[in-house]
Design a protein around this ligand. Structure first.
Ligand SMILES: Cc1ncc(COP(=O)(O)O)c(C=O)c1O
Length: 475
């Protein structure tokens, strides 16, 4: 019998808290100052965890890395419980996926109900209610006033892949501009745009031709001499026009610019607003499509539904996935109607937008709009304040930046030289885990703070205490 099968279902009680508590080995109290987490009852991984890891290691593809030996058994809100009963505060949401936390009762109910009706009915060929409801919902919440059309996928990568096809098909142009540090996925098209870690590309080429990687505007580590410009954003946009378009590719060959409006895997970097605005203007001038990859930054995480809204920019194509369905596999290509006009049958998917994932997305979007997007702003401000305090205390914290619950804490060996403190960040991640806080790094030496959007004051304050203790232990 699996653990899930052994677990009580919550019986027939109408009380949500009773239903939620019944799934855990011992209940979590939502109100008490001592909620019963974090708690480390056995140094992780404990015996059950080690058993699962040993089986995994025997049969898993050698490409998996695993950040640390967490073996999740269940979760609730921003709390994760492992296979041995240890409980952690979660500041990484499975890489920004668990947007509504773990097993939110409303999402669970939507999944249960839709699964009771049917799982899947190839959306390329037939119709169903949840699918059309998600299309309408996404078209309406996409930024800007132009009418949108939507294609649903199973993952972020698949959305990127489809968007490359859409943009090349649009008017026959073939070249694409992407950015250094960007992560767009690992299939051939997406990987051709990815420029995050060389390991992700090494020995896999050749990639798509006609892809050019330009500098991402990083206010903390400005690459160009920006003295001619107001900021790094303007400098990076000017470089495309003054260098790339003069030496490497004429703008009339460029189909699209793919950009993460806030850089995720590459270091949780927030560019100046001038960057996205400048790219929008450049695209308008040369008839290039602007594609915002919001797979990590979207769905309320930054305190607005989409990160590009902070710059007031409407992309031609917007990509979503990760938190969109709280962890059920769903991605989306949301494009202006004037752009999404590829021929019937030219693109499709068997499982993309399956009934269960769509139901989870509808429940997720309700929660995000009504509760968790405002909460991301509120808790984001609390976290930023706490992290800035830690920056004042620890010289190894070079920079703290963020919007909502998309926050980067960059560690350096020296504040003047800004040499990345890679080993320290890895040590913090490992030690944080053993201290009861789930963290994840990104870029060369940044901790990305991307918790479930439902975390509350307790999760922020208790998490900050462990973060502080962990840094103090290591420095
Ligand atoms: C910005 C961005 N684009 C694309 C992807 C790929 O998404 P997936 O892993 O769902 O294929 C990711 C995943 O981390 C991402 O962060």
């Amino acid at each position: 019998m699996t653990n899930a099968a052994k677990r009580p279902s919550g019986g027939s009680s109408n009380s949500k808290s009773v239903k939620r508590a019944a799934r855990l080995s011992t209940p979590v109290s939502p109100t008490s100052a001592d909620r019963g987490y974090p708690r480390i009852v056995v140094p992780p991984p404990g015996p059950r965890g080690r058993e699962i890891i040993a089986r995994d290691k025997k049969f898993a593809s050698t490409s998996y890395i695993k950040a640390y030996p967490l073996v999740i058994a269940r979760g609730e809100g921003a709390m994760v419980e492992d296979a041995d009963g240890n409980r952690f505060i979660d500041w990484m949401a499975g890489i920004a996926v668990a947007s509504t936390g773990y097993a939110h009762p409303k999402v669970v109910e939507a999944v249960r109900q839709s699964a009771g009706d049917f799982f899947s009915m190839c959306s390329t060929d037939w119709y169903y209610d949840n699918f059309s409801a998600v299309l309408e919902r996404l078209a309406k919440i996409a930024p800007g006033s132009s009418k949108k059309r939507v294609f649903l996928t199973n993952s972020g990568t698949e959305a990127v892949e489809g968007a490359i096809k859409l943009c090349r098909n649009y008017d026959g142009r073939k070249s694409i501009i992407a950015f250094k540090g960007a992560f767009h996925g690992r299939s051939y098209g997406a990987m051709s745009l990815t420029s995050s870690k060389v390991k992700q590309r090494a020995s896999f080429g050749p990639f798509l031709s006609g892809v050019y990687h330009e500098e991402y505007a990083d206010p903390y580590r400005t690459t160009f001499d920006a003295s001619r410009f107001k900021d790094a954003g303007e400098a990076c946009v000017a470089h495309i026009e003054e260098d790339l378009f003069q030496r490497a590719v004429p703008p009339e060959d460029v189909a699209a610019i793919f950009i993460e409006p806030m850089l995720g895997e590459g270091g949780y970097i927030l560019p100046p607003k001038s960057f996205l605005r400048g790219l929008r203007a450049l695209c308008d001038e040369y008839g290039i499509l602007l594609v915002c990859d919001e797979i990590q930054s979207g769905v309320g995480r930054t305190g607005k539904m989409w990160a590009c809204e902070h710059a007031g920019v409407e992309p031609d194509v917007l990509l979503s996935a990760k938190g969109l369905a709280s962890g059920m596999p769903l991605g989306a290509i949301i494009a202006k109607e004037s752009v999404m006009k590829w021929e019937g049958g030219s693109h499709g998917s068997t499982f993309g937008g399956n009934n269960v994932a769509c139901a989870a997305a509808l429940a997720t979007l309700d929660l995000i709009e009504n509760e968790y997007m405002p909460n991301a702003r509120k808790m984001g401000a609390r976290l930023m304040e706490g992290l800035k305090k830690l920056q004042r205390k620890f010289p190894c914290i070079g920079d703290v930046r963020g919007e909502g619950l998309f926050i980067g804490v960059e560690f350096v060996k020296d504040r003047k030289t800004k040499v990345p403190a890679k080993q320290l960040v890895d040590d913090i991640m490992q030690r944080g885990f053993r201290n009861g806080l789930l963290l994840l790094s990104c870029g060369s030496s940044t901790i990305r703070v991307a918790p479930p959007l439902c975390l509350d004051e307790y999760d922020v304050d208790a998490g900050l205490k462990i973060f502080e203790k962990t840094i103090a232990e290591l420095t």
